[in-house]
Design a protein around this ligand. Structure first.
Ligand code: SAH
Length: 240
């Protein structure tokens, strides 16, 4: 299991006893742990997220580490938050629903389109073998990469590129997760999906998007709708 470097609220003394530090304040790591447990219980489990691996990953990954300082106190609230370049880190529930839909078992090679803060990237890295993540804004890609490295994730590669055309070099992917809304399912992404592979992607104009689960079966695909949602646009050659 990965280490997240959360500081303990207790200090080990040389005689083996423990000393409690100053009382917990809002913003302390322990307080974030509690908020994260509450997020998983109230926002996810009670609303029907049932995949045990997804719930566990969301309990472990410190969402606040991916959020700009000025919004960090809201890290575990039930809504999206601003990150740099006028982008957003998605609401925890939408991320959980997407991860649950893609049903990772731990052995997959996954492409993520839209690294953003890197939070969902960290969850994917906890849930599977290898993650390739594409982000078009260099500043976001660099910040996300640094955060992921500092937290000890070593099975992730972040690349600055137009992910609407995928990342051919490492294809085919067992799963693809797109976290920006596309006008339609990009052909390149379907082509880079392995046989029996699945992709979760929000499709549609700004106010009426559907989260689609696309499965590839040889040369054909089947598509089902997962849930209504709203994402920032996928900008690029096969985006808007
Ligand atoms: N899952 C991310 C959500 C980020 S918002 C998180 O948890 O933080 C979606 C991201 O998609 C933005 O960072 C945006 O810059 C990026 N994006 C939009 N179009 C893209 C494209 N064609 N290629 C790569 N990234 C893209």
């Amino acid at each position: 299991m990965l280490k997240f470097g959360a500081a303990s609220g207790r200090q080990h003394n040389s005689d083996g006893s423990h000393t409690s530090q100053t009382p917990m304040r809002f913003g302390d790591p322990a307080s974030y742990d509690e908020q994260r447990q509450e997020m998983v219980e109230l926002q996810l489990r009670r609303r029907g997220v049932h995949d045990a691996r997804v719930l566990e990953a969301m309990l472990q990954v410190p969402r606040h580490e991916f959020i700009p300082e000025e919004f960090r106190a809201q890290a575990y609230e039930d809504h999206p938050l601003p990150i740099a370049k006028e982008q957003t880190i998605s609401q925890p529930l939408i991320i959980a629903i997407s991860l649950q839909a893609i049903a990772l078992t731990g052995s997959e090679s996954v492409l993520e389109v839209g690294t953003g803060s890197g939070y969902q990237t960290a969850l994917l890295a906890s849930l599977t073998r290898q993650v390739y993540s594409a982000e078009r804004h260099p500043e976001l890609a660099e910040t996300a990469e640094r955060t992921l490295r500092n937290l000890g994730f070593s099975n992730v590669q972040v690349s600055i590129r137009d992910g609407s055309q995928g990342w051919k070099e490492h294809s085919p992917y067992d799963a693809i997760l797109v976290s920006a809304a596309a006008p339609s399912v990009p052909r390149s992404l379907v082509e880079q999906l392995a046989d029996e592979g699945r992709m979760v992607i929000p499709v549609g104009p700004p106010h009426t998007q559907h989260l689609l689960l696309v499965r590839r079966n040889g040369l054909t695909t089947t598509t089902e709708t997962v849930d209504g949602c709203r994402f920032v646009p996928l900008v690029g050659a096969e985006g808007y």
